[in-house]
Design a protein around this ligand. Structure first.
Ligand code: ZN
Length: 298
């Protein structure tokens, strides 16, 4: 897309928000993967297209449930907006007003299997396992979503362990090559990520943080996994009051864990001036378990 077209599109989107909030949006309730989906149709879709997109959500929600057995939230808003593009899901974003969910821009001409094998939904729904931690902690939020987008596709059988490992390796390498802002720590770069176009370092430093945490949890005297921590967090703390920044979430994760894992790692990642060395993390013996489809580990 040319830059002027992109700017026009964002203006259209910005203008559309208040219109859509006041106008009646065609919505329907659809149950999938143990969650109540409130589906909003923001545009024209044929019956057949609606059916296909609901089947897609059935499949996506079953996959997302492979994280810890439950959907991220009992009620999730899913909005669809038609968008002509050369991929089934050209972009998407998390909707943070209640009930939280995801807005998908979709080209409904694509077949169901192309939607199922697109990574976007696994990433976006991964965001909903924690609250929005604020722009200063974008690395924390994008890290969790980027880590699980690959893990969930593995568990659903959409990627082999080998492909998943290669996918992580390639992504961390893109993070390493994104080295134009070594004068800024990860904590400083996060709020200006968009202006600096530093997506790769921010996203994949964050994903490496969660991979490293997952490994450390498995080494504890009473080993647990990141999935276990998120399950517990979903029950105790996800919808609690007050603003949740990354450090506060890390503290809550540590109190669930009973050991200091997330906070010390948070402090070291936040101060990093480049993506930390990922080779020893990927080479850890625990990675064999992390990269095993769930049905074989439990
Ligand atoms: Zn994201």
């Amino acid at each position: 897309m040319s830059l002027p077209a992109k700017i026009i599109l964002s203006v259209v989107i910005a203008l559309n928000v208040p219109l859509m909030m006041t106008a009646a949006i065609a919505a329907e309730i659809h149950t999938a993967g143990g969650a109540k989906l409130i589906i909003e149709w923001r545009g024209e879709f044929s019956n057949e297209e609606r059916q296909k997109l609901k089947s897609w959500m059935d499949s996506v929600m079953e996959t997302v449930r492979l994280l810890h057995g439950e959907p991220p939230r009992p009620e999730i808003r899913i909005a669809f907006k038609p968008y002509s593009s050369r991929s089934p899901v050209p972009f998407a974003r998390v909707l943070r007003n209640d009930p939280e969910g995801v807005l998908f821009y979709v080209n409904p001409a694509y077949p169901l299997e192309d939607f199922v094998s697109d990574w976007t939904a696994y990433h976006e729904l991964g965001h909903l396992f924690i609250p929005y931690p604020g722009i200063a902690d974008v690395w924390f939020s994008e890290g969790l979503a980027s880590y699980y987008q690959n893990i969930l596709q593995l568990r659903a059988g959409l990627m082999t362990p080998e492909e998943t490992r290669n996918r992580f390796q390639a992504a961390f390498e893109r993070g390493r090559k994104d080295d134009k802002h070594t004068d800024l720590t990860l904590g400083e770069l996060s709020p200006v990520m968009r202006e600096r176009l530093a997506f790769m370092r921010v996203y994949w430093s964050g994903a490496l943080y969660f991979m490293e945490a997952d490994i450390q949890l498995r080494r504890l005297d009473n080993p647990i996994t990141l999935d276990d921590v998120l399950r517990e967090y979903g029950q105790c703390c996800l919808t609690g009051p007050g603003r949740q920044d990354g450090l506060r979430i890390a503290r809550e994760f540590d109190s669930i864990t009973g050991e200091p894992v997330f906070v010390p790692l948070y402090e070291s990642y936040e101060l990093s001036s480049a993506i930390p060395d990922y080779e020893p993390v990927l080479a850890a013996p625990e990675m064999d378990n992390i990269l095993t489809p769930r049905s074989e580990t439990r």
